[in-house]
Design a protein around this ligand. Structure first.
Ligand code: 3PG
Ligand code: CO
Length: 555
């Protein structure tokens, strides 16, 4: 039984309006020409930092501080928002899958037993993001699964690949396909009929999120299930090389393709009796696809043919919806999040972002849980994102609209916490377009200003932070920090997140005198923010939460 009642903070008052801003993809790095945050005019963010060592600091947003396997793992929005909201560090999907594979437990659990019933007579299909990005999936895990399935009786294997270029360098898809093809060839040499069946770029095929654009999922369905796509090739390597040679092509947006045999017939449509495993461990970009695969009633697009399959996710992607119902590894059980505590303690919360990040400040923030804890106290507002575009075309995105919604919520007096995610630095940073990312950072900064002004007006408190780095470094670097050139001597633009720390700033007229960041916490990270925010709401955080970042000194 959980005791939901939070103790009163001995020194900090209740009832202050808190504006909680998460800048997505906004890390701290050395100022140079590839640091878009440095290049952009960011007066609002600068004003929180300059000359304010007591109320501005850096915190860790990558690696083990957010539950990832190693310090080489860059942060991402899922683990970042989980840590921010839950106030504790959980072993995340990537690590849980590693452990299950290493111990072999993955093959003893229900999910595997279920799908392996198709090994004798059917085909087992693996679908997911093919890279070593470690954000949604990891190639080495896929390699182990392929081997493990074959050793345990899979006779016919088809892989449906989604090329990355977003968590890894653009162009790296070719190398990942080569690695995969070599593994599949090795399986064939052992008598397993194993090959790639279809593919496409992750942003164009299958991996949409938060119901932004169902046509993305449909394209994947057509290629994977129906065996239909505008492009047909004899091999995945030929497919990726040919499609990348088109002007303006990039891994994230490759069109869909199917692999065909000598008669032009697709080699791996999904049919009755087959098994399907989606090997991404991260949820957000798999939920829509899982609905298409699992739901009997489904009206988002015409599936044409709905095969009778045994389907399992690498993880369960939505614990509330129990979707998918079968999975290979149990997801982290993130419980007693700060949102749930605060709801039990009467704190009224407003949360807002645009579609592409809406689930980040709600679903991820609340421990991968959809919906409200207490409908009477909470309001979540989603501003529709522009869909069907790459965000370098509209780098301002909906920052202004999000800020205005937050401002109105703050001024309404109806909420104690007004929480937003400003997506620009991240979503535009992922396009690798440096000029557009500078515009994006400026837009995010303006949005911050609007929210800070509203907090000023109501005598509130602001907490401004970020979930991980992205826009502060747009180029791949060598060990010494200099831009690393490729074989032809070109810069390699970094579309991915980074290993950088992120800022956190507190302030506003409602902040009690004497509140400052403690200096005695060794390497604090995102998980320390929840207790901090609880303090600023006038509560002591639960004892198992990571320590608060603040202390109150006599002034
Ligand atoms: C994505 O899904 O867009 C990227 O892989 C990770 O970005 P996010 O963690 O910022 O959402
Ligand atoms: Co991102």
């Amino acid at each position: 039984d959980v005791n939901w009642k939070l103790a009163d903070h001995p020194k900090l008052p209740k009832g202050k309006t808190i504006g909680l801003i998460v800048l997505d993809g906004w890390g701290e790095s050395d100022p140079d020409q590839y640091n878009c945050i440095h290049k952009a005019p960011t007066p609002a963010m600068d004003s929180l930092k300059d000359g304010k060592p007591d109320t501005w600091r850096l915190i860790k947003a990558h690696g083990t501080a957010v539950g990832l396997p190693s310090e080489d793992d860059m942060g991402n929005s899922e683990v970042g928002h989980n840590a921010l909201g839950a106030g504790r560090i959980y072993a995340q999907g990537a690590k849980l899958v590693d452990l299950a594979l290493a111990s072999g437990k993955i093959y003893e659990d229900e999910g595997f037993k279920y799908i392996s019933q198709s090994f004798e007579k059917g085909t087992v299909h693996l679908i997911g993001l093919l890279s070593d990005g470690g954000v949604h999936s990891r190639l080495d895990q896929v390699q182990l699964l392929l081997k493990g399935f074959a050793e345990r009786g899979a006779k016919r294997i088809r892989v449906h690949i989604l090329t990355d270029g977003r968590d890894v360098l653009d162009g790296s898809s070719v190398g990942f396909v080569e690695t995969l093809e070599a593994d599949l060839a090795a399986l064939r040499a052992k008598g397993v009929d194993a090959q790639v069946a279809s593919g496409g770029g992750r942003m164009y095929v299958t991996m949409d999120r938060y119901e932004n654009d169902w046509s993305v999922v449909k394209r994947g369905w057509d290629a994977q299930v129906l065996g239909e796509a505008p492009h047909k090739f004899k091999s995945a390597l030929e497919a990726v090389k040919t499609l990348r040679a088109e002007p303006g092509a990039n891994d994230q947006y490759l069109p869909s393709f199917v692999i065909v045999d000598d008669n032009g017939k697709a080699v791996g449509p999904i049919v009755d009796g087959d098994a399907v495993v989606t090997f991404n461990f991260r949820a957000d970009r798999m939920v829509m696809h899982a609905k298409a695969l699992e739901y009997k009633d489904f009206d988002k697009f015409d599936r044409v043919r709905v095969p009778d399959i045994r389907y399992a996710g690498m993880l369960q992607y939505d614990g509330e919806l129990k979707l998918p119902s079968r999975y290979l590894v149990s997801p982290p059980l993130i419980d007693r999040t700060s949102g749930e505590y605060l709801a039990h303690n009467g704190v009224r919360t407003f949360a807002c972002s645009e579609t592409v990040k809406f689930g980040h400040v709600t679903f991820f923030w609340n421990g991968n849980r959809s919906g409200y804890f207490n409908e009477k106290l909470e309001e979540y507002v989603e501003i529709p994102s522009d869909s069907g575009i790459s965000f370098n075309v509209q780098p301002k995105m909906k920052a202004l609209e999000i800020a205005e919604k937050a401002r109105d919520a703050i001024l309404s007096g109806k909420f104690d916490q007004v929480r937003v995610n400003l997506p620009n630095g991240d979503m535009v940073g992922h396009t690798g377009d440096i000029e557009a990312t500078v515009v994006a950072c400026e837009a995010a900064d303006r949005a911050v200003r609007t929210i800070l002004d509203a907090i000023e007006q109501v005598g509130g408190i602001y907490v401004v932070t970020a979930d991980h780095g992205n826009a502060e470094d747009m180029v791949k670097r060598d060990k010494s920090g200099k831009p690393a050139l490729d074989k032809e001597g070109n810069l390699q633009i970094l579309t991915s997140h980074t290993l950088k720390p992120v800022p956190i700033a507190i302030g506003g007229p409602g902040l009690s005198a004497g509140v400052r960041f403690r200096q005695d916490i060794e390497t604090p990270g995102l998980a320390n923010v929840a207790a901090t925010v609880m303090n600023l709401h006038g509560f002591v955080a639960p004892s198992d939460y990571e320590t608060s970042l603040i202390e109150v000194v006599e002034k």
